[in-house]
Design a protein around this ligand. Structure first.
Ligand SMILES: *Cc1c(COP(=O)(O)O)cnc(C)c1O
Length: 465
């Protein structure tokens, strides 16, 4: 669906957003609880937002804008919710690629999460945080020899192998060190999930994993088992997509994975003890997104795997899942200051903020939708259909494509964009030599910088003239 196909000079109705914001909200100052972090509220007196007990205007003054804010209690509560929902007979791996820093790795460790990394850099952050290596998983379709050596030397709990080359490299590294490395084989089950639907017959034309249907997965398993002195095969892994709202796609994946486990038992006489269903559980970016409670998702996934294994006559493997966005997304917001406002009569209002696609690439990259709110005050002005844009030299530099903001939004106002805790700082760039914003953790009204703002010296330090 193209969003750029509006005819020239459309009537107002023609430019109504297609994406779920629909008509103007009855109360422009209201915050939808499922979208915003638990610790965000609008102060009745000032109309400004409070964030985890701190006045958001104070945070802007102290730390500047743009800034990423994380509600620490909300982050930890979501992490605990996942750990408790899956219980003692399953492991919850936080997907560090969604957002990782030393502080975050410590929170993850303290709340009982395991942690997935997918590069030497992410591994370095985890190790710097003192994250228990046996609770780490290492992903990636092209891990370098240096990365694999570092992972094996650090004692990473499991490495999810994704190519024949990697299996050989890893076996050699483990042999060289005289260790037996635990591995899982990443498979492509031919299921692709997107938001509200899934495709059970997705073609396997992608870079990740070994195809189940094509037999590559069976070959990879045989190859790992050949190196049994140095590789311990613990199970199969699959990851079917992201921003998924129901468990139907997981059901098909679990069915195919269990078939594969049964085939492995038939061929090699072993029952693999672990099964990983990956991540991808969705969150509410806008009011039309309706994620199921974590407890319900956990119950369904466990049920599905138990049923499939019973049907195949297999013992129940230890289940693992890998949420990233579902833990890190909702507790984070981005705070911007408005610099310019352009009203285009009959079209919409363009509000420019002091960041953009360098701190949030998801709108440009995935057509992602977000919810934005005036943050430094409440307003009685009428809602205006607004596009929140950044300051980059790129007309696709859009932060929120379709938003309803008060018609009196003006330069100097603060805007908060919700649910930016995942895949925004971690995908940030220095396009136009903008400086990456800091990450501020706030708890009980106290704010702490966990990743500082980049400086021009940081950037110029790389430039050797
Ligand atoms: C990205 C990814 C995840 C996390 O996805 P979310 O949508 O953030 O939950 C989990 N597992 C693997 C292998 C991934 O690549």
């Amino acid at each position: 669906m193209s969003r750029s196909a509006h005819p020239a000079g459309p009537r107002y109705a023609d430019v109504l957003p297609e994406g779920g914001h629909g008509a103007a909200p009855a109360d422009i100052n209201r915050l939808d609880r499922k979208i915003w972090p638990g610790g965000v509220a609008r102060d009745e007196e000032s109309g400004a937002l409070t964030f985890a007990g701190a006045d958001i205007r104070e945070l802007a003054r102290e730390f500047g804008t743009p800034a990423y804010l994380i509600d620490e209690d909300d982050w930890r509560r979501r992490a605990r919710e996942w750990v408790e929902a899956f219980g003692a007979d399953a492991d919850v791996f936080y997907a560090g690629k969604s957002f990782l820093s030393v502080a975050i790795a410590k929170w993850a460790a303290e709340e009982g999460l395991h942690l997935d990394v997918c590069s030497g850099g992410e591994l370095a952050v985890a190790l710097r945080a003192g994250f228990p290596a046996h609770r780490l998983g290492f992903h990636g379709n092209n891990k370098s020899v240096a990365e694999l050596e570092r992972a094996v030397d650090a004692g990473v709990g499991r490495i999810i192998v994704d190519s024949h080359e990697e299996i050989e490299r890893l076996a050699a590294i483990a042999a060289d060190r005289g260790v037996r490395q635990r591995v899982m084989v990443r498979v492509t089950p031919g299921v692709e999930a997107h938001t509200h639907e899934f495709i059970a017959t997705a073609h396997e034309d992608q870079k990740f994993g070994f195809s189940l249907a094509g037999g590559a997965a069976a070959d990879a398993v045989a190859r790992v088992l050949k190196h049994a002195d140095h590789l311990e095969l613990t199970g199969l892994h699959s990851h079917i997509g992201s921003q998924i709202f129901d468990t139907a796609g997981f059901e098909v994946a679990a069915h195919r994975l269990t078939e594969a486990l049964a085939a492995i038992k038939g061929e090699h006489g072993i029952e693999l003890p672990e099964l990983d269903l990956g991540g991808g559980l969705g969150i509410a970016y806008t009011e039309t997104d309706d994620p199921a409670p974590v407890a319900e998702t956990a119950r369904r996934l466990k049920e599905i795997v138990a049923r499939e294994c019973d049907a195949a006559g297999l013992a129940h493997p230890r289940l693992s899942v890998e949420p990233g966005r579902a833990i890190a997304g909702p507790p984070g917001i981005t705070l911007y200051e408005v610099g310019t406002v352009k009203q285009l009569p009959g079209l919409r209002t363009y509000v420019s903020v002091d960041g953009g696609m360098s701190d949030n690439i998801r709108t440009a990259l995935y057509d992602a939708e977000y919810t934005v709110s005036l943050a430094n005050r409440a307003s009685r002005a009428e809602a205006a259909l607004t596009r929140v844009v950044g300051k980059h030299c790129e007309s696709g530099d859009i932060v929120v494509r379709d938003a309803w903001l008060p018609g009196d939004t003006a330069a100097g106002d603060l805007l908060a964009v919700a649910a930016t805790g995942a895949y925004c700082r971690s995908m940030a760039s220095n396009y136009n030599h903008l400086l990456k914003p800091p990450v501020i953790a706030v708890k009980d009204g106290e704010a702490r910088t966990i990743v500082r703002r980049e400086t021009e010296d940081d950037l110029l330090g790389l430039d050797l003239g």
